[in-house]
Design a protein around this ligand. Sequence first.
Ligand code: GRF
Length: 190
Amino acid sequence: MHSLIIFASGAGSNAAAIIAYFKQTGKAKVSLIVSNKADAGVLDIAKKEEIPFLIINKQTLNQTLIIEQLSDVKPFLVVLAGFMWKMPEAIVHAFPGKIINIHPALLPGYGGKGMYGHHVHHAVVAAREKESGITIHYVNEHYDEGNIILQARCPVQPGDSPDDLASRIHKLEHFYYPRTIEYLLNNTSA
Ligand code: GRF
């Protein structure tokens, strides 16, 4: 059984979708959840699902130790799902080709530093874009610049608020993120 590690800072709806999907298919399991926020909703999900979790903190982060803790799980993938830090370089280098992220827009548009969460949807609506979407990509040392694995699109309707767009995007994320992970499980030699 392949192991997945999820990094998340927020509510964790993507984490929940991934956990539920693989509980059903049995092809992988989420073995560890890592968060930089002690009160993140994703930790309630970890507790409910009885998945081990780690809370990390920028000031006290021991990179060697965390790399060891992550390596112990022998992850097939490290999945960033609403993780608000730039991934420390040492971690990126320790898991080459194994860290993926989901971005709530069509990269390279609306990406880069400061473009996360609601800022993205505000900017897309303010620019009167006709469509937006999601990008699932590999993570490298630069924000939102790793190779793209999948993009999926949705319309931006006239009169959409950033919240309307966010919920349409969330639906795309919940459908495609688990299935993209499954695609990688089936098509990558681990
Ligand atoms: C998602 O929209 C994701 O694309 C972005 O942060 C959000 C996380 O939502 N990076 P959730 O915590 O999974 O509900």
